[in-house]
Design a protein around this ligand. Structure first.
Ligand SMILES: CC(=O)N[C@H]1[C@@H](OP(=O)(O)OP(=O)(O)OC[C@H]2O[C@@H](n3ccc(=O)[nH]c3=O)[C@H](O)[C@@H]2O)O[C@H](CO)[C@@H](O)[C@@H]1O[C@H](C)C(=O)N[C@@H](C)C(=O)N[C@H](CCC(=O)O)C(=O)O
Ligand SMILES: Nc1ncnc2c1ncn2[C@@H]1O[C@H](COP(=O)(O)OP(=O)(O)OP(=O)(O)O)[C@@H](O)[C@H]1O
Ligand SMILES: N[C@H](CCC[C@H](N)C(=O)O)C(=O)O
Ligand SMILES: [Mg+2]
Length: 487
């Protein structure tokens, strides 16, 4: 049990009705989970409004309500706290409830359109290899030292974040690396956290369904760096045209990384192959098992962060060369018949273009490149034609298929994708709605030495159709089909 007034520390309160000296069992922001003596926080969402469920929460035993507008009829035995912003209130209350766990370890946030999971996961790996107890909050999974939990979001809600950070502190974790998504920043999921560092990867087209303009998307990312304290560092990709924007108003220590510009942490690509990259980082050569120019950026961000957090620079280079690729990020197999199949989480135009260019650079000219790709439903529609154009421009054959249609009609998504294909590329195009069939067709078309790219779903082990998740795993599927076809 906690006392309500203690967990309200730092919450911007506008009015109070009732006593704040009440014992509280736990915090909930979903009325369906409320139990006796809880405090219910009403959040305005995109589908519904938590303020409509205040009565329900009280019925289930809530003793206190946090809202931005008081209900018309209030009850005498309930405490109502009116606040400016219930998302921010939830973030501070969650941190207070768990006794500010983020202040008890070194927390680093990674934001940007692409590369967050890669950088956060590899920093986790590197610090573990360096002998630390480490935590990870990522799209793929949540890890508390050796214990893994499934992830539902890239950046979970603030209650979940603080719950896991507290578990990390209790397990003796000293460093935690987390992805900070634009939705997360906008919904104030990270508002009350103490970061010792923030990393900016890059900014390109995504989530323009949620953010009304690209400028808003950029400014939301920037606000994360604006909120960092003087004691923290910002490590930004200065080759990205928005890299310097992230530094404009921050009081944190400003650091840069780049391949093309002058920067604190710089690298040169000496060799780029399917087995990895040979890099020259600040005058030292290092071989890493990560593929493609975009991963050279990720490696630099990881190296810079490790050094800023006190790892000796030569030791950091040694640890970099030991890193294993992240699940679903440029994961590849070569079949018995010599076909290379790459599974990659490229679900934005920029990521798809990067992966296709990487494959084009490292292949010899004779093989065909066959791409299987779809676009998610209930997500930014404007990226659909662009991704289909990129796939058909940069591949010898492109099979358009379903990603996670969620609650949309997959045929409509495919129609929208097809709009982007240039007429001269129609002959390269196939459209097969069923993802397994699409992968099978790509395998049937492939000859020995050809390369098949299956893009968009990476590590995901499900496909969401009509709101229902069915088991689906791109890597498992391609392995099974290549084996069946004996290719
Ligand atoms: C658009 C969006 O971000 N939605 C998130 C949001 O849901 P919502 O605003 O739609 O919630 P709602 O259903 O309208 O309900 C509003 C409030 O009423 C409450 N409620 C609702 C019903 C009820 O009976 N009782 C009740 O109390 C809900 O608990 C909620 O607090 O708040 C929910 C609780 O935190 C999230 O689970 C949900 O994420 C949905 C599932 C989602 O898909 N989010 C994606 C877009 C997302 O956040 N993605 C980013 C990153 C993407 C990237 O990395 O590229 C992420 O960080 O994962
Ligand atoms: N630094 C980078 N620049 C551009 N593209 C990248 C970069 N790193 C990875 N990618 C591409 O983007 C895909 C997604 O990478 P990753 O999962 O690391 O990004 P993310 O930012 O975590 O994405 P999400 O928004 O889904 O959480 C990869 O599979 C790869 O194709
Ligand atoms: N974090 C991203 C992941 C997209 C992955 C793709 N497979 C899809 O389902 O659209 C999102 O929620 O928009
Ligand atoms: Mg991610």
């Amino acid at each position: 049990m906690k006392v309500l007034k203690d967990i309200l520390y730092k919450v911007a309160i506008e009015s109070v009705k009732g006593s704040t000296d009440v014992a509280i069992s736990k915090i909930e922001f979903d009325s369906r989970k409320v139990e006796a003596n809880d405090v219910f926080v009403a959040i305005r969402g995109s589908l519904s409004d938590g303020h409509n469920y205040i009565g329900k929460a009280i019925q289930l035993g809530a003793k206190a309500i946090i809202c931005d507008t008081l209900p018309e009829n209030t009850e005498n035995e309930i405490t109502y706290i009116q606040v400016k912003d219930t998302n921010a209130a939830l973030a501070f209350m969650s941190a207070n409830y768990f006794e500010d766990p983020s202040a008890k370890l070194k927390l680093v946030g990674v934001t940007g359109t692409n590369g967050k999971t890669t950088i956060a996961s590899l920093l986790f790996q590197l610090f573990q290899k360096a002998g630390f107890k480490v935590g990870l909050l990522s799209t793929v999974k949540i890890v508390v030292d050796q214990t893994e939990y499934p992830a539902t979001h890239t950046t979970p809600d603030s209650l979940t974040i603080n719950h896991y950070l507290n578990e990390m502190v209790e397990a003796g974790v000293t460093h935690c690396f987390m992805e900070v998504s634009s939705h997360g920043i906008h919904q104030k999921r990270t508002e009350a956290l103490h970061f010792v560092g923030g990393i900016f990867t890059n900014l390109s087209h995504d989530h323009l369904d949620y953010h009304p303009t690209f400028a808003e998307y950029r400014d939301v990312k920037k606000s994360f760096f604006d909120s960092l304290p003087k004691s923290a560092f910002v490590l930004t990709n200065i080759d990205d045209k928005n890299g310097s924007v992230m530094l404009q108003n921050t009081v944190a220590k400003k650091l840069t990384y780049a391949l093309k510009s002058y920067a604190d942490y710089r690298a040169q690509i000496l060799e780029s192959q399917l087995s990895g990259l040979l890099l020259k980082i600040n005058d030292n050569e290092v071989w890493v098992k990560l593929i493609g120019t975009f991963n050279a950026y990720n490696v630099l961000a990881i190296y810079g962060t490790a050094v800023e957090l006190g790892i000796d620079s030569l030791e950091a280079l040694r640890l970099l060369s030991d890193l294993e690729s992240v699940s679903g990020r440029f994961q590849y197999i070569v079949s018995d018949g010599g076909i290379t199949a790459v599974v990659d989480y490229a679900h934005t135009p920029d990521a798809l273009e990067n992966v296709l260019k990487t494959i084009t650079d490292i292949r010899t000219k004779n093989e065909q490149l066959i791409t299987v790709v779809g676009c998610g439903g209930n997500r930014d529609k404007t990226k659909r034609p662009i991704m289909a154009k990129i796939a058909s421009d940069l591949s010898d054959k492109a099979v358009l298929t379903s990603d996670n249609p969620r609650n949309e009609d997959p045929e409509v998504i495919l129609d929208e994708m097809e709009q982007g294909v240039e007429p001269q590329n129609y002959k390269k195009l196939l459209r097969i709605t069923d993802r397994k069939q699409a992968i099978k067709t790509a395998c049937q078309l492939a000859q020995p030495k050809d390369i098949i790219l299956i893009a968009g779903k990476g590590h995901e082990t499900y496909q969401e159709i009509n709101g229902v998740r069915h088991h689906f795993d791109d890597m498992e599927t391609i392995k099974e089909i290549l084996e069946q076809l004996k290719k």
